[in-house]
Design a protein. Structure first.
Length: 77
């Protein structure tokens, strides 16, 4: 069996870490990973340092939003 290579976004959003096996956690993580991949592709194609910086910031903010959204759907208190 050939394992699929994880994308930058999938690694950055930790899509394989879901100990509760929660479907909504998986959906959120994959959706954010797709957005991170889009920003990363744009960043890699850019020759403009300011554009690269803004895309890096966007990636960081997407990771933050992903973590908060997962926290919200797994909130138990």
């Amino acid at each position: 069996m050939i394992e699929k290579q994880m994308t930058f976004g999938e690694k950055a959003c930790g899509v394989t870490f879901n100990p509760s096996n929660d479907d909504m956690v998986q959906k959120l993580k994959q959706a954010f990973a797709d957005l991170v991949d889009t920003c990363d592709t744009l960043r890699l194609k850019s020759d403009n340092s300011e554009e690269k910086r803004m895309l890096s910031l966007a990636i960081t903010d997407l990771q933050t939003a992903q973590m908060w959204s997962v926290k919200a759907v797994t909130w138990k208190y």
